[in-house]
Design a binder for this molecule. Structure first.
Ligand code: C2E
Ligand code: C2E
Length: 175
């Protein structure tokens, strides 16, 4: 693809699909899944207490954290799965041909990998520093319960995400 086209589809900070591009890919995938009656899952992820990283360590540190999480998602999820960034500290994953018990296991795998992540940072005085203890909350919605319309799936995943946040964070909640 030409560079101008790629940059319209990718989020500059993380290299992931941006929300508009992800949306388009997700709708296409859901149409295919619906006609084949394949189950599909949507994971909505939000980094816990991300504002503290930006406030305490600066937004360059915040950007390093976002890039590290994006890399982790890309290397811990199959190539055919759709990973996107919805802006801020929110990410989204669509898993084709995945039922709810698999989706929950995959979400738990991602949650554990984020909790184990160590992000190398450089402080303002140039000294090396590692951020540990980052966590993520994840809401999961499946076509088995919510059908193949993307807005319905995202709304359900968002409610589940809110529930995960409300129950103490660093959690996976099924819609
Ligand atoms: P598992 O890790 O317990 O995964 C069980 C099933 O969940 C997989 O069955 C697959 O249907 C689904 N699944 C797990 N992770 C992903 C993912 O990132 N994306 C998607 N779309 N689906 C996922 P499957 O394919 O029959 O694999 C059976 C077992 O084989 C897996 O059990 C795992 O132990 C191993 N395996 C398969 N592919 C890989 C891989 O790329 N890396 C690793 N480390 N193990 C793999
Ligand atoms: P990939 O399919 O793109 O998967 C990328 C990474 O997602 C894997 O890296 C693994 O961390 C995670 N992953 C994907 N599927 C599963 C799964 O079912 N269970 C678990 N626990 N993790 C999963 P990894 O393991 O380093 O594998 C790199 C690549 O090697 C994979 O890329 C895939 O192309 C291939 N591969 C590894 N194991 C298997 C396998 O059991 N069957 C097949 N068909 N391919 C495999």
């Amino acid at each position: 693809l030409p560079q101008w086209r790629r940059s319209a589809q990718r989020d500059a900070k993380t290299g992931l699909a941006n929300s508009m591009h992800w949306d388009r890919l997700a709708v296409d995938e859901l149409r295919r899944a619906e006609s084949r009656k394949n189950p599909t899952a949507v994971l909505l992820l939000d980094l816990d207490h991300f504002k503290r990283v930006n406030d305490d360590l600066g937004h360059l540190a915040g950007d390093s954290v976002l890039a590290a999480v994006a890399l982790l998602l890309r290397t811990n999820i199959r190539r055919g799965d759709l990973v996107g960034r919805f802006g801020g500290e929110e990410f989204v994953i669509l898993l084709p041909a995945t039922g709810s018990s698999e989706a929950e296991a995959i979400a738990q795998r991602v949650r554990r990998s984020v909790a184990a992540l160590r992000v190398p940072l450089t402080t303002a005085d140039g000294s090396p520093h590692e951020l540990v203890g980052l966590t993520v909350s994840i809401g999961v919605a499946t076509t088995q319960r919510f059908g193949y319309e993307l807005p319905d799936l995202l709304a359900a995943a968002d409610s589940a995400l809110l529930a995960a946040k409300g129950s103490g964070r660093n959690l996976v909640t099924m819609a």
